[in-house]
Design a protein around this ligand. Structure first.
Ligand code: FAD
Length: 551
């Protein structure tokens, strides 16, 4: 077993490994699919390296709806295989693989008509429950009357809502979960490097035999030798195929999805809400003491690196939510916004994105090169297994079966016991119960490492801001163990302050820099550069939001 910590020292060591060693699998991309592949491959006994151009989950995997779900709407498309597979993964994650991060969440499906709609939706939800099979970590669906609804969700309009059906799904902090899978792969021996870009591939005869990687910090290039490359580049797939001179069997279309954040008091409801829209569905999701509402589904063809929400996206979400809410919500209540790009696999570029499949594609256009794209966050483990199975054709050694269905990710082992010891932990470390729960739900059993930091320096037990639950110890841990290398990494992905705080948490940038600088060996000039980088990100996001209503 290796150390799972990701930090500048580890990065240096792993870069040296890239130059020296020969790998079985080189993974391109540190989104959920890439880290899933790295974990699957390394735990089969293969020698694995993963290279990510930005930070973990800096692409789509930090900007999803954060639901681990079967996908109720796929039932309407009769895609029972996809729903069953996703529900199986949901059960596994909630109960065994990541119970500290993946939590059940209740949703109300409001009904506007008394008999026909209730029968139709009720049958759908009964099927949704049945497709789970016999393992059942989450409760089944339940029919609710209008009277019960007005107690649970007083904000639902009684003039249009006649009742509801409650069902359960699960939710996760996607960026955290992705990073923790990368750490799990590290623990089992994978070399993991962020801020390094795969620029080109090298060949031996007709097959891929390696890659040229540019370290984006030092600007130096390294040539890596590998039996196979598995590319998990999401919305960058078309671009990379072109750069590598590879003719793939599919194309990836981009569809933008935006979410907005509202304060808890904006909507009076104890549970989440889902409603159908003309093109898809809208989720009103409880997120800590706030609401996350989304999403949109619009074609996108600009630069994939920084998709931004504009005012028309925000207005669309508000208008849809107001179909069923009273009092109505308004644009002035919006605290935060984030936008992501769905990588949808397609054969023809002209197709309408909402009709494209959410299912994944694994492609092996030439020996030594496999690519994986599409699918849902929820089914990352199954997709990773498929990609590694395909890649084993090019690995000249006997390869074991995938075991990730039995492999709790870091922090999961011991979590259930600790979750029953909140009072004693709070007493022992002189912390509030809610702080211990907050830490348990972010670090699981690795909370002991945070507590050790606090024991060493009590100042680290204080919150970064009164209105946010994050402790200073978490900022330190983000850079010494979780691979964060900038203020943006900390504010956007290790914490979710980017969308949880007003003004994208810009006011906290300086303080975050002060806390993390000594651990990253930053000089004043490095601190200033990271603050400026964050200021620029916030400025772009704000400018986009100010743009005129287009729809
Ligand atoms: P990404 O996360 O984009 O990762 C690709 C990575 O490749 C990037 O980090 C990028 O930096 C890196 N890369 C690119 N080029 C290079 C290079 N040359 N060298 C090295 N690295 C490179 N799914 C669900 O199951 N539940 C949901 O609730 C849900 N909601 C969604 C809501 C929205 C709005 C969107 C957009 C998607 C949602 N999804 C959901 C789908 C899910 O988020 C995606 O399918 C998934 O995150 C895609 O992961 P990925 O690893 O393929 O791509």
């Amino acid at each position: 077993m290796f150390d799972s910590s990701l930090n500048p020292e580890q990065r240096k060591d792993d870069l040296a490994r890239l130059a020296k060693e020969e790998f079985d699998v080189l993974v391109i991309g540190g989104g959920i699919n890439g880290v899933g592949v790295a974990l699957d491959a390394v735990t089969r006994g293969l020698k694995v390296a993963l290279v990510e151009a930005g930070d973990f989950a800096s692409g789509t995997s930090s900007k999803s709806s954060k639901l681990i779900h079967g996908g109720l709407r796929y039932l309407e498309q009769y895609d029972f295989k996809l729903v069953r597979e996703a529900l199986h993964e949901r059960e596994l994650m909630v109960s065994t693989l990541a119970p500290h991060l993946v939590k059940p969440v209740a949703f109300l499906y409001p009904l506007q008509e008394k008999v026909k709609e209730r029968t139709y939706v009720g049958a759908g939800l009964a099927l949704y429950d049945a497709l789970r099979g016999f393992k059942r970590a989450l409760p089944g669906h339940k029919h609710l009357s209008q009277k019960t609804i007005s107690e649970i969700a007083p904000s639902l309009r009684t003039d249009v809502i006649t009742g509801a059906i409650r069902y359960f799904d699960a939710q996760v902090d996607d960026a955290r979960h992705t990073m923790m899978i990368a750490r799990t792969a590290k623990r089992h021996g994978a070399a993991i490097i962020t801020r390094a870009k795969v620029e080109s591939l090298t060949k031996k005869g007709k097959r891929i035999a390696g890659a040229v990687i540019k370290d984006l910090n030092s600007k130096k290039r390294i040539t890596v030798k590998t039996s196979t490359v598995i590319m998990c580049a999401g919305v960058w797939s078309d671009q990379l195929h072109k750069e590598f001179g590879i003719e793939p069997g599919y194309e990836v279309k981009m569809s933008k999805g935006v979410h907005i954040m509202l304060p808890g008091e904006a909507i009076k409801a104890d549970e989440g809400i889902i409603i159908k829209t003309a093109v898809s569905v809208l989720f009103i999701i409880p997120w800590k003491d706030q609401w996350m509402i989304g999403t949109t589904d619009t074609e996108y063809s600009d630069d994939p690196s920084e998709p931004l929400a504009d005012r028309s996206d925000v207005q669309y979400i508000i208008d849809q939510a107001n179909r069923i809410l009273s009092p109505r919500i308004s644009i002035d209540q919006v605290i935060g916004v984030f936008a992501g790009l769905r990588p949808l696999v397609a054969n023809k570029k002209e197709s309408d994105t909402t009709k494209l499949s959410r299912e994944h594609t694994v492609d092996r256009p030439i020996p030594g090169f496999v690519s994986l794209a599409g699918g849902k966050y929820t089914t990352y483990r199954v997709m990773a297994k498929d990609a590694v199975d395909m890649a084993t054709n090019d690995i000249a050694k006997l390869t074991n079966e995938s075991i990730t269905d039995k492999l709790p990710i870091i922090g999961a082992d011991g979590y259930w016991a600790l979750s029953q010891q909140v009072d004693s932990l709070a007493n022992q470390y002189n912390l509030k119960n809610e702080t211990v729960i907050h830490l348990l739900n972010r670090y699981g059993a690795d909370l002991s490492e945070l507590l050790a930091l606090i024991e060493e320096d009590r100042k680290l037990a204080s919150q970064i801001s009164k209105s946010l639950p994050y402790l200073k110890a978490e900022l330190v841990y983000a850079v010494v163990s979780e691979g964060a290398m900038s203020i943006a990494d900390v504010l956007e992905r290790r914490t979710r302050i980017w969308f949880e705080a007003k003004n994208f948490g810009l006011d906290l940038a300086r303080e975050v820099a002060d806390v993390i600088a000594p651990y990253l060996g930053w000089r004043a000039v490095d601190k200033k550069a990271s603050i400026q980088e964050y200021q620029q990100l916030v400025k772009s996001a704000e400018n986009s939001l100010k743009s005129a209503l287009k729809r």
